[in-house]
Design a protein around this ligand. Structure first.
Ligand code: SAM
Ligand code: DTB
Ligand code: SF4
Length: 335
């Protein structure tokens, strides 16, 4: 099997029905999170099979269009100018270069392209360039996703009008833990951008990071916040912290892999029709841990050697893992 670089969150994906979205109480979510592992995984796999092909995983490509020099102080991030990570900041990439990179990815089989910028949010003067990127990548016949930081309603409307399919904006952790990790913007700021994105009609990609010194209840609360949004995010990236040199979280103790898998399982149960993306941190995971994540309901990954600034398993490794597990890349048009 070759690992075709295909992804399949197609523009025709059906909206998540209202009855899937119900109010979750933190006590019931916590009880599930703490259930015997086999019971939790059985339930997650059962829910997963109701809504997805359990042997198909969606693949997405990431490109950093503006790296480093970010004014925000997110404690996990190599791109914050508050930390001495040794990363060289660069300016916004030329539109032509972004489109050329996307074309290469498309020719290698990718159908979905995610572009990320190390910004608090785009400045109005940046908007023409990012809109041109969306239009250029769309013209290649690819699906588009961007993560540019905070958006106001005007900026969200403009990106939606340009044809941007998804906007990624993570809540990252619980409201309680948020202020210990980031001081330059608030949890409420993140929710406001998410509401602006939703209102614009774009699809929402929103998740968080596990392993930032939080407690189990913080992981549960983060998922309760996501599952109790007026509509579930269509994509839910669950990142395992990549400890980046020079950041305040560089030396933090790694998360127990079982706790990470529990988080994936709970996300799957609480947001049954969303794509749960096993995002950052896969290079530090064993194949067996990734297999457990797929069993717990993760059905999307990033492919390619790099994420934004950090490493990711190469495609040869992912192809071999998929072969061992009998997993296939999601074909366009199957969902
Ligand atoms: N500046 C924008 C923002 O903050 O939304 C977009 C880029 S930011 C790098 C996108 C996401 O990457 C963050 O919200 C976080 O979830 C994830 N991320 C960043 N650094 C990470 C790390 N070291 N380990 C795991 N996830 C990380
Ligand atoms: C998300 O939740 N994870 C991706 C994507 N959205 C933009 C980014 C992961 C970044 C990992 C650290 C880095 O590459 O610097
Ligand atoms: Fe900036 Fe985003 Fe990194 Fe925070 S996560 S420092 S906003 S690039």
């Amino acid at each position: 099997m070759t690992l075709a670089l295909r992804s399949n969150e197609t523009a025709s994906v059906t909206p998540i029905p209202r009855d899937i979205c119900r109010e979750w109480r933190r006590e019931e979510a916590l009880a599930l999170y703490e259930a015997p592992f086999n019971d939790l995984l059985f339930q997650a796999q059962t829910v997963h099979r109701k809504h997805f092909d359990a042997n198909k995983v969606q693949l997405s490509r990431l490109l950093s269009i503006k790296t480093g020099g970010c004014p925000e102080d997110c404690g996990y991030c190599s791109q914050s100018s508050h930390h001495d990570s040794g990363l060289k900041a660069s300016r916004l990439m030329e539109v032509e270069r972004v489109v050329a990179e996307a074309r290469k990815a498309r020719d290698a089989g990718a159908t979905r392209y995610c572009m990320g910028a190390a910004w608090r949010g785009p400045k109005d003067r940046d908007m023409d360039a990012v809109v041109a990127m969306v239009e250029g990548v769309k013209a290649l016949g690819m699906e588009t996703c961007m993560t540019l930081g905070m958006l106001d309603t005007r900026q969200a409307a403009r990106l939606a009008e340009a044809g941007l399919d998804y906007y990624n904006h993570n809540i990252d952790t619980s409201e309680r833990h948020y202020g210990r990790i980031i001081s330059t913007h608030s949890f409420a700021d993140r929710l406001e951008t998410l509401a602006n994105v939703r209102e614009s009609g774009m699809k929402v990609c929103c998740g968080g990071i596990v392993g930032m010194g939080e407690e189990a209840i913080d992981r549960v609360d983060m998922l309760v916040t996501l599952a109790n949004l007026p509509d579930h995010p269509e994509s839910v990236p669950i990142n395992m912290l990549i400890p980046m040199a020079g950041t305040p979280l560089a030396k933090i103790e790694p998360i127990d892999p079982i706790a990470f898998v529990r988080t994936i399982a709970l996300a799957r149960i609480m947001m049954p029709k969303s794509y749960v993306r096993l995002s950052a941190g896969r290079t530090a995971m064993s194949d067996e841990m990734q297999a457990l994540c797929f069993f717990a309901g993760a059905n999307s990954i990033f492919v390619g050697d790099t994420l934004l600034t950090a490493g990711n398993p190469g495609e040869d490794h992912d192809a071999a893992l998929f072969r061992r597990l009998g997993i296939e890349a999601m074909e366009p048009g199957t969902m």
